[in-house]
Design a protein around this ligand. Sequence first.
Ligand code: HPA
Ligand code: ZN
Length: 342
Amino acid sequence: MSTASTDDAAFIRSLPKAELHMHIEGSLEPELLFALAERNGIALPYDDVEALRSAYEFADLQSFLDLYYQGADVLRTEADFADLMTAYLDRAHADGVRRVEMFFDPQTHTDRGIGFDVFMPGFLQAMDDATERTGISAGLILCFLRHLSPEAAMATFDEAEAGGYLERIIGVGLDSAEVGNPPEPFAEVFDRAAEAGLYRVAHAGEEGPPEYIWGALDVLDVQRIDHGVRAEEDPELVARLVVDKVPLTMCPLSNLELCVVDDLADHNIGRLLDLGLTVTINSDDPAYFGGYVGENYERTADALDLSRDDLVQLARNSLEASFASDDEKATWLAELDAVDAG
Ligand code: HPA
Ligand code: ZN
């Protein structure tokens, strides 16, 4: 039994949790976007914050990506990237997030002349400051844009390595337009990431077919699948995900806003949870999809009538599926057990 009561909202926020699927560029709120445009002398094709926000009506992933890449253009200086990061980490902390493993899209910046030496120091300084201020633990996952070539992905990896930044990231991922851009061509750059001791994840089965999830698992050798909504279409794949305990980082409000599902009540996360999959709840691009991780838990709980036990299990899954150290995980899991015990 669950309703979106104040009690439930407070309970959800009290659960120590990890956010494992969040694109930092997707946390750029319209207010900050306007402030950065002004600071950098950039003219926007919107009169005000409200006009921009009302443009956030998406029919599919591509219609979102068009606005998301356009929005990222206001990020120009080290301070811009630091301000973006600080705003997100403080917001996540307020939702009970102990650990965040967030995506960034270097090619969105390098392709317009903003280099690793601009965005990485901004991100890293803000992450260190937030950890000191609130205790939140944070890691970066470098995503390759799959609508660009595998050669461009390799060049991006080379650039990160040459700048000494591989030591400052925890893994690599694959995002952007999925359909027509299967995972296999990115095998070589994912192999290099593995050789460098990095974790691997990939978006798969958001709009693309179950075959892309198989490809991410068998060819890219990923430790987690981002989204994975369409896994349910293939019972053999579901069995594989259960047996190998492959976490799915699901994003219910994103799926709703991008019309991957018509109604939150139709979302399969509850069914997959009941089947024993390690599913987790995340916000994806919170500034664009109407909610941070807490709202994603709340609205999903409400739509699917999730129990408190379900919510605790979802938080537990997120902590267990994270790439944090065993010590950190043990600390947060003990805190979660304490909340669960009431
Ligand atoms: N899917 C693919 N690429 C993305 C997304 C997403 O939901 N958000 C930002 N880049
Ligand atoms: Zn995503």
